[in-house]
Design a protein. Structure first.
Length: 480
């Protein structure tokens, strides 16, 4: 998140200032202008928090170098002056890129925090320990700022939500909520479990779907390179002498001719659909449609669907405290699934039925059309017995066991299928290459391009050089 500080003037001349956070500089400035317009303020200054590289010294000590975030250079200088340092230099960082830390780093932070909380260690001490041990720069600096904000008495939920670009929206919400819940350890453990399962799911999905697609694309490029460049170098020599070609060789040369004459068309056919698909997948509507299709893919779709329900139940179990407060856990759990279609059906079908018509949890879930019969049956049983929280955890554990086993088998099956395709393609390429060994020249006496047969002694002339087919040797010009 990018932080901004603005100074504005009211209609009565009073000068005010404020701060806000946004996901990008453009969004931050837009928010400030909208705020000013709404409250009839005259903007004077908009400052963005940036990184400054400093070099300071105190007394006869060795100069200290470091990096500090601030809105202006003067803020950094004044802060070190108050601490008794003599400022040697303060310069704004030229390239200030902050990349989100990898998921394993986030998972490690949450898991270690949960374990230390379970040992009754104060959260401020946990943050201090992790700040010193965290290797990722972005995460380390984020934890420093969170620790400083919490020490100043800032709201934990608002503080973590400021850094959702680092942790993710759901993780930020859960970590911020944990400090208020009175059950901080359990929420951190549940969040760590959720992150691990999501990471594992993405890894398995990549192995089952994305990796084979990339493999097939690379294989296609390799085949096109062979057909368009390597093979014709040999085969066209026979065409030059009008020697009859075997069927596969002739067909391969026709493909080569088509690719050569329609190179631009082939490139467009290979690249344009990918670009269009990528751009479409980035849109809100595209994400919704693709997430809906994902649940209906044969074989893989049901596994993805059950994994989403598992994640939903695990988050719902963590947040649910009773039927009187079920709306918020239902909403947040739907956002945690990461599936736009599933989330939309919960928010726009299930929740309105619960609020406007007073329907129960099971009936609302059934109307949404995104839960399996097994899940609905278990929720119905839990709702009748008053054990819906425990039921959600049992359902999550059941689907975790089932999907992990079946997805592993599916990945192995896909890998075997891809290996078979590669083997078939390699066999075909080998056969085409080997077929050229069966090509033999025309019978003596048949005319050819750029050469002529000498029928009286079975010799063939090309550019003044003769080949004697009876004695199988080359006869130089001066001999003939």
């Amino acid at each position: 998140m990018t932080e901004f500080k603005f100074t504005a003037e009211k209609l009565n001349g009073q000068v005010i200032s404020g701060t806000l956070s946004a996901s990008s500089p453009a969004e931050g400035k837009k928010k400030i202008h909208q705020l000013a317009e709404k409250n009839q303020l005259k903007l004077k200054v908009i400052q963005r928090k940036s990184s400054f590289i400093y070099r300071v010294k105190r007394g006869n000590e060795k100069p200290v170098k470091g990096e500090q975030k601030a809105y202006t250079k003067m803020e950094v200088e004044e802060a070190f002056a108050r601490l008794g340092y003599r400022v040697l230099s303060v310069n704004k960082k030229l390239f200030d890129f902050n990349f989100a830390p990898p998921t394993p780093e986030i998972v490690s932070f949450v898991k270690i925090s949960a374990e230390l909380l379970d040992q009754k260690l104060p959260y401020s001490e946990i943050l201090t320990l992790l700040i010193n041990d965290t290797q990722n720069k972005t995460l380390r600096e984020t934890l420093k700022e969170i620790n400083n904000d919490l020490k100043k008495g800032a709201d934990s939920e608002a503080t973590f939500l400021k850094y959702q670009s680092v942790f993710g929206k759901f993780t930020s919400y859960m970590l911020g909520l944990a400090s208020k819940s009175g059950n901080m350890t359990e929420i951190y453990k549940a969040t760590a479990k959720f992150l691990e399962r999501r990471q594992e799911f993405k890894k398995n999905l990549r192995s089952a779907l994305i990796t084979p697609a990339i493999t097939m694309f690379v294989l296609l490029i390799a085949v096109l390179f062979y057909v368009d460049y390597i093979f014709p170098q040999t085969a066209k020599l026979f065409v030059q002498f009008k020697i009859p070609l075997p069927p596969m060789t002739a067909f391969t040369l026709k493909i080569n001719s088509f690719l050569t004459n329609n190179a631009l068309l082939v490139i467009l056919v290979l690249t344009v659909p990918l670009i269009v698909f990528w751009r479409f997948a980035k849109t809100k509507r595209g994400k919704y449609i693709l997430d809906r299709i994902m649940l209906r893919i044969p074989i893989l779709g049901p596994l993805v669907h059950k994994t989403i329900i598992e994640v939903y139940c695990r988050v719902f179990y963590t947040l649910y405290s009773g039927s009187a407060e079920s709306i918020e856990p239902v909403r947040i759990a739907s956002e945690a699934t990461g599936n736009r279609y599933f989330e939309d059906r919960i928010k726009n079908v299930a929740i309105p039925l619960m609020i406007k018509q007073g329907k129960g949890l099971t009936d609302s879930f059934e109307a949404s059309g995104v839960f399996t019969e097994t899940a609905l049956s278990r929720f119905h049983s839990g709702e009748e017995t008053g054990t819906i929280k425990t039921t959600a955890l049992q359902l999550a554990n059941y689907y975790e066991t089932e999907t992990v086993y079946k997805l592993k088998n599916l990945i192995e099956l896909i890998q075997v299928f891809i290996a078979m395709i590669i083997m078939i393609v390699m066999i075909l390429l080998t056969l085409i290459s080997a077929e050229t060994a069966t090509i033999h020249p025309n019978a003596p006496g048949v005319a050819s391009v750029d050469g002529r047969w000498k029928t009286e002694d079975s010799r063939f002339e090309v550019s003044g050089v003769y080949y004697d087919f009876q004695n199988k040797n080359i006869i130089e010009n001066n001999i003939v």
